[in-house]
Design a protein around this ligand. Structure first.
Ligand SMILES: [Ca+2]
Ligand SMILES: [Ca+2]
Ligand SMILES: [Ca+2]
Length: 577
């Protein structure tokens, strides 16, 4: 537990006991509105709790369940924190993920997260997993520095496909690990100054600043007061003495434009998001100076302590630039989940603003989520990234359909005209309860992460769809589905081999909407197994080897497999022998 939040925790637990969600909403809102910068700065502090020291967990004794995955024509989602056999580990937790993708080989992806080996402890380590097949499968080899408390992972990559992992220790010092040989094994940690709630960005501009590594953090928890910013000009081999960003913003991110100019964004006051720009950061021989400071009005404030994430942020501020040679070249974009301070009151909206003059001025904010204005549904963990071709991708978690205030769904929109118009909202997940599986710390971390290339948006995120707090990778194809791509019936159903053997697979293409249920019945009409019960849009493959719901082999004979979606039903005959 964050010590600074102890009092609030008691309040929340009491509220849970009396189960008055309305009361909770009101209290949480009051809590948030009461926070000034000084209070909020102190809200997020990642420290080890002496009550929960490091304990070695024997993972072989932890139970397993099938990893969660879902796939359709426009996206797929794969669980990342799985065991060597690809199964979910029951009783662990993972959150606050960040990812890096090799631009020279997009099949090579690394995701880092806060790894809790046991949800009965808040002790966390630097978890990481990698994929060499474009996110179809992940390997989770373990943590970077076993037994060392680490939080706030931030990953990035350079143009050559080298990976960097910035990791916060209990002392508020940060280390940067690197993979610079095209492999999957991290090198030794390099001290990178630091402080709590840091973010890191690597220059991929091809300018004189290419491969420069920049990070900044909350000056309230810094190892080098009064500094809160550092730079590496030698590909992460060493980091410079700390300096400052004007006015000490916090809870934000960084971006580098095509010229190598560096932008930072963060909270500054209850209604101000600050953007500071450095045109000297790219010059290795020059001190980093900030020659432009401007503000963005997102009609709301960065905040923390919302009912959806009681001990964490509503989201951090994101900044990115259009590094294409197209019509948006040089544009600067800012996005965040904010509690509304202008317009209808609302506990959380995803707000976006554009600058077409190099970050000097920002246009009026645009609300990205499209639910009814002022309905108090919470759009949280809003996250933005810009592809090399200028496409803007945005994701967020959304409680608009929750009946319990907190259940959340992952949403996506993108813009191919510099944020002037946006694609229809796309739902990327089933609804899940974010309060499930807290590892003695009542939050699902403080952020998600997304990286965009010209073909896909790549997301590292957390959810509880598998019954615990786990880490996932989702790859989205940003294309508007043509009507002919949307089938409302089940097509192409087949089971093969049949008679059933160890390799038998049920294949079909499912409808885009609604749950599809795949069940097995015996000849007397008794249901003996349910193989799938979820959205199953597009091509599906379900392995079935002739077993019942207890994974026991069925007696020899004829069985019927039904694939149902609403009034649509397809039946396959299967022979077990
Ligand atoms: Ca798990
Ligand atoms: Ca954190
Ligand atoms: Ca809202």
């Amino acid at each position: 537990m964050d010590r600074t939040n102890a009092h609030y925790f008691v309040n929340l637990k009491t509220m849970k006991l009396i189960n008055t969600l309305l009361c909770c909403t009101l209290l949480c809102s009051t809590f948030v509105f009461a926070q000034e910068d000084s209070d909020l700065r102190n809200f997020h502090k990642e420290e080890a709790d002496p009550a929960y020291p490091y304990v070695v967990v024997d993972k072989s004794k932890q139970k397993r369940s099938a990893a969660y995955k879902v796939r359709n024509s426009s996206f797929f989602t794969t669980q990342v924190n799985v065991d060597a056999a690809g199964n979910n580990i029951i009783g662990d937790a993972g959150n606050e993920p960040s990812l890096a993708i090799d631009p020279t080989n997009p099949d090579r992806i690394v995701i880092g997260w806060r790894q809790f080996d046991d949800i009965a402890s808040s002790f966390r380590q630097a978890g990481y997993g990698f994929s060499l097949d474009g996110g179809q499968t992940f390997t989770f080899p373990g943590v970077l520095d076993p037994g060392v408390f680490r939080s706030d992972p931030v990953l990035d990559f350079d143009s050559d496909g080298n990976f960097y992992y910035n990791s916060l220790k209990d002392t508020f010092e940060c280390d940067v690990y690197a993979i610079q040989n095209g492999g999957v094994v991290w090198g030794a940690p390099v001290p990178a100054r630091g402080g709590d709630k840091q973010w890191m960005r690597v220059d991929r501009s091809g300018s004189s600043g290419d491969t420069h590594n920049y990070s900044y953090w909350n000056v309230s928890f810094t190892t080098c007061a009064p500094g809160a910013f550092t730079r590496s000009t030698d590909e992460g081999a060493s980091f410079e003495n700390c300096t400052n960003i004007p006015n000490d913003p916090f809870w934000g991110t960084l971006a580098v434009d095509a010229n190598g100019d560096l932008y930072t964004v963060g909270r500054l006051g209850s209604n101000v998001i600050q953007v500071a720009k450095s045109t000297t950061a790219k010059d290795a021989g020059a001190a980093v100076t900030w020659d432009q400071v401007s503000t963005v009005n997102l009609e709301g404030a960065l905040t923390a302590g919302a009912v959806v994430n009681p001990s964490g942020l509503l989201g951090q501020a994101w900044i990115d630039t259009d590094n294409s040679t197209g019509p948006g070249s040089g544009n600067v974009y800012v996005l965040a989940s904010v509690i509304r301070t202008t317009g209808p009151a609302d506990a959380g909206d995803v707000m976006f603003s554009r600058s077409t003059d190099g970050g000097n001025t920002f246009e009026p904010a645009v609300r990205i989520n499209q639910d009814n204005v002022g309905n108090d549904a919470i759009q949280w963990f809003g996250t933005m990234s810009v592809a090399p071709n200028g496409r803007i991708d945005v994701i967020w978690l959304d409680t608009r359909d929750a009946t319990n205030t907190v259940d959340s769904v992952l949403y996506y929109r993108f813009s191919e005209d510099q944020g002037t118009t946006w694609s229809d909202e796309e739902v990327l997940s089933n609804s899940f309860d974010p309060t499930v599986g807290y590892p003695i710390q009542m939050k699902m971390g403080d952020y998600f992460d997304m990286k965009s290339d010209n073909n896909f948006a790549h997301i590292a995120w957390a959810n509880t769809l598998n019954g615990g707090q786990d880490v996932y990778y989702t790859r989205i194809s940003p294309s508007i589905l043509a009507a002919e791509d949307i089938s409302e019936t089940i097509t192409g159903a087949i089971i093969s081999p049949n008679p059933i053997d160890a390799n038998s697979v049920i294949s079909f293409s499912g409808p885009l909407t609604g749950k599809t249920t795949v069940s097995v019945y015996d000849v007397l009409g008794k249901k003996v197994n349910v193989l799938y019960d979820d959205i199953a849009a597009g091509p599906q493959r379900i392995k079935w080897i002739g077993t019942n719901a207890s994974a026991e082999k069925l007696t020899d004979g004829v069985y019927f497999i039904t694939i149902e979606n609403g009034s649509n039903q397809t039946v396959l005959k299967a022979i077990v022998q």
